[in-house]
Design a protein around this ligand. Structure first.
Ligand SMILES: NC(=O)c1ccc[n+]([C@@H]2O[C@H](COP(=O)([O-])OP(=O)(O)OC[C@H]3O[C@@H](n4cnc5c(N)ncnc54)[C@H](O)[C@@H]3O)[C@@H](O)[C@H]2O)c1
Ligand SMILES: [Fe+2]
Length: 386
């Protein structure tokens, strides 16, 4: 019966240097990854913070310079990428240090991916569809060192970046197997200064990755286990870091949960992400916060397909009472974290739901949802989440 065994491509993460204070090792790991003239890519707000100056000091003391590119928007765009490529080429750099949240990490990865490619290749030709990545010259991809300062996207252990096409208002997942950072430096001290709403939203992104991976129907038992334990880490630690920003152990657990979510979601994402991507592309809302807002409605939507599976998760997580209590726990967590009560509270307009529905159905995350998504049920889902 060997023909019943599914064919799958699994890939597991990069080297991870985990622990408080490990940013002090940045120059050593950058050199080991082959970087002699790195460009540190971060965003404008982070560029002004002491954690960034301290990281640059480490590089400078080791003779690696302190070149920075910080023209990065939240939900970064192709224009950000082109400006970054120009800075990379002008500085004669030989690799990228991605320093920040998902926006800076992804944009840094896009610069590393595209700076050495032939001029005719558009980044949109490398969308995560079929084997489009083969259009890129793999040997031209610059090495990347990733330093997350949020605990949510897990981009530091992933092979993709999310880029917004400002012309079409589409958020696209750009993928290449060689885009995996050579090393990720995960220092929980870097996440302590996140504003509370960023702590909340990014932590809910990690939960969304674990939850969607766990519920996805695809066969991937390793991801299944990782997603379940990732959910436990979020439920146990996200309220703690929100209340006590300086709790380093809880911050460390959230960094682990973020990476576990990203490792797990190679199993698949689902309706949470397919709804959230168009909302983020049109309204510029924070990704993880948007995921949290739609999460209860998506749980209800998928209930017929996931009720038993969620009951099993609830039992593992110490939430007695099956699906209903699990859902109630998600809602209570959102309330505790001050997550907006619906998409309307984030500025989403009812008269744009048809457009958002069409965009959600184009999003590749749909494919991992436990139930098929149609124009009718997706529009109804948006209404429920409004
Ligand atoms: N590559 C992936 O697999 C993947 C997965 C999920 C999401 N994403 C993408 O990542 C982006 C979101 O990333 P994010 O949620 O990490 O937010 P973000 O990178 O947009 O950062 C949010 C805000 O927090 C600030 N900030 C970050 N770290 C800080 C710190 N330590 N102290 C103070 N301020 C800090 C930033 O300056 C920014 O203003 C979206 O574009 C999303 O689509 C990517
Ligand atoms: Fe996400």
């Amino acid at each position: 019966m060997s023909h019943d065994v599914p064919k799958r491509n699994w890939s597991y993460p990069t080297a991870i240097k985990f622990g408080a204070g490990r940013i002090a090792e940045l120059a050593d790991h950058a050199r080991a990854a082959g970087l002699g003239r790195p460009l540190l890519v971060t965003d404008r707000a982070l560029a002004a913070l002491p954690i960034t100056a301290a990281a640059l000091d480490v590089l400078e003391r080791a003779g690696l310079g302190r070149a920075v590119f910080s023209d990065v928007d939240p939900n970064p765009t192709e224009a950000n990428m082109q400006a970054g490529i120009a800075a990379y080429r002008a500085g004669g750099h030989d690799g990228v240090i991605c320093f920040g949240g998902g926006s800076a990490l992804d944009l840094g990865k896009m610069i590393a991916l595209m700076a050495g490619q032939r001029a005719e290749l558009s980044v949109w030709d490398l969308e995560d569809v079929d084997d489009w990545f083969t259009r890129a010259d793999a040997d031209a991809i610059a090495p990347v060192v990733a330093v997350p300062t949020t605990a949510g996207t897990g981009s530091e252990v992933g092979r993709a970046g999310v880029l917004t096409n400002a012309a079409t208002h589409r958020k696209k997942i750009i993928f290449h197997p060689r885009l995996m950072p050579a090393v990720a430096i995960c220092d929980p001290e870097l996440t302590v200064g996140m504003p509370p709403f960023v702590t909340a939203g990014t932590g809910m992104d990690a939960l969304a990755h674990c939850l969607e991976a766990y519920c996805s129907p695809h066969y991937h038992p390793m991801s299944q286990g990782i997603a379940l334990e990732g959910m436990r880490l979020v439920f146990d630690n996200l309220p703690v870091v929100y209340r006590e920003p300086g709790n380093l152990m809880a911050r460390a657990h959230m960094m682990s949960a973020a990476m576990m979510g990203a490792v797990a979601f190679q199993k698949g994402l689902g309706a949470i992400h397919s709804l959230s991507h168009p909302v983020g592309a049109i309204y510029g809302t924070h990704h993880g916060t948007t995921n949290a807002v739609v999460m209860p409605a998506v749980l209800d939507f998928n209930r017929p397909a996931i009720e038993e599976r969620i009951a099993a998760a609830a039992a593992y997580l110490g939430i007695p009472g099956g699906f209903d209590r699990f859902r109630a726990r998600v809602v209570a967590l959102c309330e505790e974290l001050g997550i907006p009560k619906g998409l309307a509270a984030m500025g989403v307009e009812a008269d744009r739901l048809d457009e958002l529905t069409a965009m959600a159905l184009e999003d590749p995350s749909c494919g991992g949802n436990p139930l098929p998504m149609t124009a009718q049920n997706t529009r109804a889902l948006f209404e429920a989440a409004l």
